[in-house]
Design a protein around this ligand. Structure first.
Ligand code: AMP
Ligand code: MG
Length: 402
């Protein structure tokens, strides 16, 4: 039975377990998915902090300006001045330093000059209460959740984790993905294809997409169209892998053995046909030991589309990602396109913007699901619903490729 794309994606989400957590040193968590909420262990700023180099003063002392105040101390970052300041006094202060008690404003150094052997400062302009001070806890209050479980850790988040003392972070273990290219015509990249042979390219694109999604990838030897060989490779791979991604051998040909091999190994097949172009014969299954299998079609473009829709979702959901599915956006189509009658079409496209600032979706000229050279220029897939056509200048949904 052929099922809609959205249903297939939901089936994937429903059947993917979340993997175990592990504690990882902060320097190694970039790109990983948080498995804990991150809580601030201190206020931010932790004290009333000066935003400027200048003088901490009582603002009431600065009216009318100019005015001369006695310099009673200095507050530097890391070495503050913690005595109360009184009427007629000022404390020389640096950016990032604590504002002394009694001061309610900082006048920036550009509007001042020092006199009398640096014991007196003249403020050329008066300063308002609160000026150039970031009050304690105005950004974050201790105990607040600052990052939620399920986010992918980016460089800015490393700063957040470091600030609140997370030398180690709980993340989800990276899924182990085994990649198996099947087809008796395949030779490896370092070989010159003989008669009727081609070089395997799918193992490279699949492996790279899987790594992008956070997986640790194991590329298995090329496997011919021979059911026993296929069974052996798959069952060996399943010993270590959380997910196996095969390509090829899922169509209706006499030598398409992937599904048969999975069935003989006792796998449960969740779906084997999706209303999708390219990528109709996509298989999602689970082996008796729990290893998930994506049997993707062999055509390199179908591989890229189906990996990103289905296998990517699984790899991300296993890591507890809060958004495992490619996000659908809307843009303006530049040329009219037609879908297939009964399948959603995912058209390789490029994105630009027009003068109105709208995203423009430009479907690539391509020769079908084997044209992987054209596909390499795609940055998005335009989604044309089954049985519909979209006119140029009409809005169209798309997903971005990473
Ligand atoms: P299949 O799904 O096995 O019928 O393969 C469909 C098409 O994709 C055929 O033209 C295959 O030669 C090609 N193909 C299959 N596997 C690969 C691969 N690993 N790398 C490049 N092309 C492939
Ligand atoms: Mg084949």
């Amino acid at each position: 039975m052929m099922i809609p794309v959205v249903e297939a994606i939901q089936i994937v989400r429903d059947n993917v377990p979340r993997l175990e957590r592990e504690r990882v040193p902060l320097i190694h968590v970039l790109g990983r998915f948080l498995a804990q909420d991150i809580v601030a262990d201190s206020d931010l700023p932790p004290f009333d902090r000066s935003q400027m180099d200048g003088y901490a003063v009582k603002s009431s002392d600065t009216q009318p300006a100019p005015v001369r105040l006695r310099i009673v101390g200095e507050s530097a970052a890391g070495k503050g001045w913690h005595q109360e300041i009184h009427e007629g006094e000022a404390v020389r202060i640096m950016t990032g330093a604590p504002v002394p008690p009694g001061a309610d404003s900082v006048q920036q150094v550009e509007l001042t000059h020092e006199l009398k052997d640096n014991t007196v400062v003249e403020l050329l302009e008066s300063v308002q209460v609160g000026k150039s001070i970031v009050r304690r806890a105005t950004e974050i209050t201790a105990g607040e959740v600052v990052l939620r479980s399920g986010v992918k850790i980016n460089p800015a988040m490393l700063a957040v984790l470091a600030s609140f003392g997370y030398a180690e972070v709980e993340v989800i273990r990276r899924p182990r993905v085994a990649v198996i290219a099947t087809g008796s015509e395949l030779v490896s990249v370092d070989q010159r294809p003989g008669q009727d042979q081609i070089r395997d390219s799918n193992n490279f694109s699949i492996g790279a997409y899987a790594e992008r999604a956070g997986a640790v990838v194991d590329r298995l030897p090329l496997t011919g169209d021979e059911i026993e060989e296929l069974k052996t490779t798959i069952s060996k791979a399943s010993e270590a892998a959380d997910v196996i991604v095969t390509s090829g051998g899922v169509s209706m040909g006499v030598y398409d053995f992937t599904k048969a091999a999975l069935k003989e190994l006792g796998a449960e097949l969740f779906f084997e046909k999706v209303a999708l172009r390219p990528g109709k014969p996509s298989v999602f299954a689970r082996l008796p030991n729990g290893t998930l299998v994506f049997g993707l079609p062999g055509n390199p473009v179908s591989v890229s589309v189906t990996f990103n829709l289905f296998a990517r979702t699984a790899v991300l959901a296993m890591q507890g990602a809060s958004e495992p599915v490619l996000k659908t956006e809307t843009g303006v189509l530049v040329k009219p396109v037609k879908s297939s009658a009964d399948r959603d079409t995912y058209l390789p496209s490029q994105l630009t913007t027009n003068d109105d600032g709208q995203v423009v979706v430009f479907p690539l000229k391509w020769g079908g699901s084997s044209d992987f050279v054209a596909f390499a220029r795609a940055t998005a897939l335009a989604i044309i619903p089954a049985g519909s056509k979209v006119d140029s200048d009409a809005l169209v949904k798309f997903v971005r490729l990473e």
